[in-house]
Design a protein around this ligand. Structure first.
Ligand code: FMN
Length: 217
């Protein structure tokens, strides 16, 4: 944790799937260790956990809640989230189906005084400017950083990201049949990823795939 903090001074992101969305239960020790570090903020996604939000607040830690629907936003606001990340379906990783430019103004209206960050498909200053217009206070980006020098993924992956067109990305519907058990049986949102020689045949045989035998092609 201390080593991580050197690289990520703020906010310290805690991504801890909960039982409602994932087969893996909350790692209480990891959450306690996160609280113990007293970060300025904890960023959370995939589910809205009111009990954890209350514990963070008791420790003086702000709660940043990533959501991709009105229902999730409502839960986050009721639970006292300090920042809402309104993530549209364009985002890499898990997200909803509604686009960022529809999600952001919708959730800005819901959030009132609570600041909203826009996420999904933003990669430069034009995207930032576009997100501020409907009322976002800032943006959260992800895919772009996968291709950064600091990122430790392989150069082949970075090159693929830089060279890909938007149409090379797909929503990986049915991925709970092939991803590791921590994402089963369902999670809040469908991941968006690049088409690969592995994924494309998988997608057409998903109804017969299992985590033990993921791709039948
Ligand atoms: C490979 C990948 C992994 C991600 N993992 C997480 C995560 O563990 N926790 C989280 O809050 N967001 C995660 N995200 C979402 C990002 O924080 C961010 O909200 C999203 O990437 C924004 O959309 P963009 O990819 O279009 O920039 C991930 C995104 C990607 C691409």
């Amino acid at each position: 944790m201390t080593g991580l903090r050197k690289h990520v001074p703020w906010p310290l992101a805690a991504v801890l799937p909960r039982a409602r969305w994932a087969a893996r239960a909350l790692d209480e020790d990891a959450f306690q260790a996160t609280i113990g570090e007293r970060p300025a903020g904890i960023s959370f996604r995939l589910a809205v956990p009111p009990d954890l939000i209350a514990r963070a607040h008791d420790a003086g830690i702000l709660w940043i809640q990533q959501v991709s629907s009105r229902g999730q936003a409502d839960g986050a606001l009721r639970a006292g989230a300090d920042v809402i990340v309104a993530q549209g379906g364009e985002a890499g990783g898990h997200g909803g189906d509604v686009g960022t430019m529809v999600t952001v103004p919708d959730l800005v209206d819901m959030a009132g005084e609570v600041p909203v960050l826009a996420a999904g498909g933003i990669a430069d200053g034009r995207g930032l400017a576009a997100a501020l217009t409907p009322g976002a206070q800032g943006v959260q980006m992800g895919s772009l950083f996968l291709a950064s020098e600091e990122m430790s993924v392989s150069q082949a992956w970075k090159s693929r990201i830089v060279e890909s067109a938007a149409s090379d990305a797909v929503k990986a519907v049915g991925r709970e049949r092939i991803l590791p058990p921590f994402n089963r049986p369902v999670s809040a949102g469908v991941p968006r990823c690049l088409r690969t020689p592995w994924w494309t045949p998988c997608a057409s045989t998903l109804d017969r795939c299992t985590p033990q035998r993921p791709c039948l092609a």
